[in-house]
Ligand binder design. Structure first.
Ligand code: PRP
Length: 238
């Protein structure tokens, strides 16, 4: 049997994602970051799991090394990879925000001076956002610890994700704008989506039913969101 291959993100999303997939019966093998192992096979379920860096998931899926993957909406948008987004897994929810030092007189993005420097890990999303707002800024790309940038004069503001708000408050930053919400999504390789459509839709349906708590109660019926995404994807391919 040919494995259905999943690229899952290492880091904070991994545990809730593995729990969801196990509860949905997609695979049941032990998957852990405690070892250096990166490939986990579950022959009983025909599943192979690859553990990859969160920002690389869309790349593995676009190039077909994985048929399916789980990635934050933030990472998918920033990567601009050509993948098929099937389902909002409703975990890893966070918000994209613009933040400035608490001591700043600025309370909205419109009040930022022309050519303000914006530090971010998400240059495409940040540039797109400020362009859409008609505000001229200079985007400085960093790979982490963005909250430091305003404190040391590297940037006037940051565009980042926030979940609990703790990192912002511990670094004396305040939110001045919401850019977009984000959460983990199930994505598929476009070729796999055509060649293994039934297998992929079966996984998406199991996950969706699990999310809706319908597996135990035996309820079901109606169109799944993944089927709506399916129709949309087919329409955009044709
Ligand atoms: C993300 C983000 C913030 C933090 C926000 O960073 O860039 O720094 O989480 O979370 P909170 O609102 O719950 O405090 P991540 O942990 O991915 O690490 P990084 O800064 O090294 O990229």
């Amino acid at each position: 049997m040919e494995f259905l291959t999943f690229a899952l993100p290492k880091g904070r999303l991994l545990q809730p994602v593995v729990e969801l997939f196990r509860d949905a019966g997609v695979f049941t093998c032990e998957i852990s970051e405690d070892t250096r192992k990166l490939v986990f096979d579950d022959p009983d379920h025909g599943s192979r799991v690859l553990l990859v860096k969160a920002t690389d998931v869309p790349t593995y899926v676009q190039y077909g090394s994985a048929d399916l993957g789980v990635s934050g909406k933030d990472v998918i948008d920033e990567s601009r990879k050509d993948v098929c987004e099937l389902l909002d897994l409703r975990i890893g929810r966070c918000r994209f925000i613009v933040a400035v030092p608490e001591t700043s007189h600025v309370s909205s993005v419109q009040e930022l001076s022309c050519n303000s420097r914006i530090a971010t890990k998400y240059p495409w999303i940040a540039e797109n956002y400020f362009r859409s707002m008609g505000i001229q800024v200079e985007v400085v790309t960093l790979s982490g610890s963005l909250e430091l940038a305003p404190a040391v004069g590297l940037a006037d503001a940051i565009v980042d994700i926030t979940e609990t708000g703790r990192t912002l408050s511990e670094n004396c930053l305040k939110i001045i704008a919401e850019v977009q919400p984000s959460s983990a999504r199930l994505i598929a390789n476009r070729v796999s989506y055509r060649s293994r459509r039934n297998d992929i839709l079966d996984v998406a349906r199991r996950l969706e039913e699990r999310l809706a708590g319908r597996i135990e109660s035996g309820r079901g019926g109606g169109e799944c969101a993944c089927e709506a995404a399916d129709r949309q994807s087919i329409a955009s391919d044709d």
